[in-house]
Design a protein around this ligand. Structure first.
Ligand code: SAM
Ligand code: SF4
Ligand code: SF4
Length: 346
């Protein structure tokens, strides 16, 4: 007999954490590998030729991922986001999307560096993908090649974005991590290009995720400063939040059809409304991007645990959750150990 609502009963009362935050989003890392070496995420000195990525046997199968996602949906999750590492490197990703699309009432999104999107967008859309976010830090080819440290050209990412739109995945969202002295001088050009064209741009403050990216506060361009700088050039118009807890501070541009959102993770943290859990490629659950350790689900999954038993592990974990790292960030917290973003999923 189970000691809580069954994993198949659609969930009764919403599952809330210690601070009353519901569980709404699950980010799923489908691989810890990537074909880029963005310096703010997987610096080549660390993630170079000797780096030990997860062996295949440790990575969750599509069946295991879909099962976990289905259980999360019964606990209140309404949005699944496939990420990594680079999710499009995982073989047959559309097959996973098709499996997830069977889960009722959940939206399926993908975050990708766009490098393989031109050849995969149609199959992903056909499988049931709802939305795509493409990371592109600059339209300046030299700046972009230096940031991805794989000399990957802008033009191929733009092809991927066009393919996503042609496959019906519009509006495409563009993620841009802003780093002072690296790409901040190219942000206005990027915003003008995409927002003028009906796309959604998200400008993200450079975060101290993981311990390898050499993060420094003086390389963060506070959103407030960026808004001031862009307002001078682009006549930004603030937009009303669409729902409580919306992470991005949203603006339109006068005359443009698109939208610009600022993700103020460092300078104006939004932990109070954080409803996200993360599933690492090897099957652990993390309740914060800055967590030190996760809770293993792969062990119980492979040992034959029932859906109810898995649901109970998640319920126990979420109801104990007290994470609010970004609100507590300080000199001291940036020295703490934590997992890499490419492993738990950005
Ligand atoms: N490889 C895919 C991509 O780049 O879109 C998905 C995984 S990536 C870890 C997810 C998102 O995290 C990307 O938009 C990336 O730019 C962002 N990201 C990675 N490291 C970051 C950092 N240090 N600060 C802010 N955002 C970061
Ligand atoms: Fe790869 Fe994405 Fe990290 Fe860049 S941000 S290294 S593309 S996982
Ligand atoms: Fe959520 Fe942790 Fe980020 Fe706060 S620091 S918004 S709790 S992931």
């Amino acid at each position: 007999m189970s000691d809580g609502p069954s994993a198949s009963d659609g969930g009764a009362a919403p599952l809330l954490d210690h601070f009353g935050r519901p569980l709404r989003d699950l980010r799923i890392s489908v691989t810890d590998r990537c074909n880029f070496r963005c310096r703010y995420c997987m610096p080549r000195e660390v993630f170079g030729t000797d780096f030990q990525f997860l062996p295949r046997s440790e990575i969750l199968s599509f069946e295991e991922i879909a099962r976990v996602a289905r259980i999360f949906a019964t606990l209140g999750v309404r949005k699944l986001r496939l990420t990594g590492g680079e999710p499009t490197l995982r073989a047959q990703l559309p097959k996973l999307v098709a499996m997830l699309a069977q889960i009722p009432d959940v939206e399926i999104a993908l975050t990708t560096n766009g490098s393989l999107l031109a050849s995969q967008a149609q199959a992903l859309a056909d499988a049931g993908l709802d939305r795509v976010t493409v990371s592109l830090d600059s339209l300046d080819d030299a700046v972009f090649r230096a940031m991805n440290d794989a000399s990957f050209p802008v033009a191929m990412v733009l092809e991927g974005i066009a393919a996503a739109e042609a496959a019906g995945l519009a509006p495409v969202k563009i993620n841009c991590v802003v780093r002072r002295g690296v790409n901040d001088h190219t942000v206005a050009g990027l915003v003008r290009h995409f927002a003028g064209d009906g796309k959604i741009v998200r400008l993200i403050e450079f975060m101290d995720v993981g311990t390898t990216n050499g993060w420094r506060l003086d390389e963060v361009v506070p959103a407030r400063e960026l808004i001031g700088r862009l307002s001078a050039e682009l006549a930004l118009v603030p937009l009303e939040p669409q729902y409580r807890g919306e992470v991005a501070k949203r603006y339109g541009t006068a005359g443009g059809r698109g939208e610009i959102g600022f993700i103020t993770s460092v300078t104006e943290p939004f932990c109070g409304d954080c409803t996200r859990a993360r599933l690492s490629a090897d099957g652990s659950i993390y309740t914060c991007l800055f967590a030190v350790r996760g809770t293993d689900l792969r062990g119980p999954l492979r040992a034959g645990a029932s859906d109810d038993a898995i649901a109970q592990i998640i319920r126990d974990l979420w109801s104990r959750r007290e994470d609010r790292y970004s609100e507590l960030r300080s000199e001291a917290t940036t020295q703490l150990p934590r997992v890499e973003m490419s492993y738990i999923g950005g």
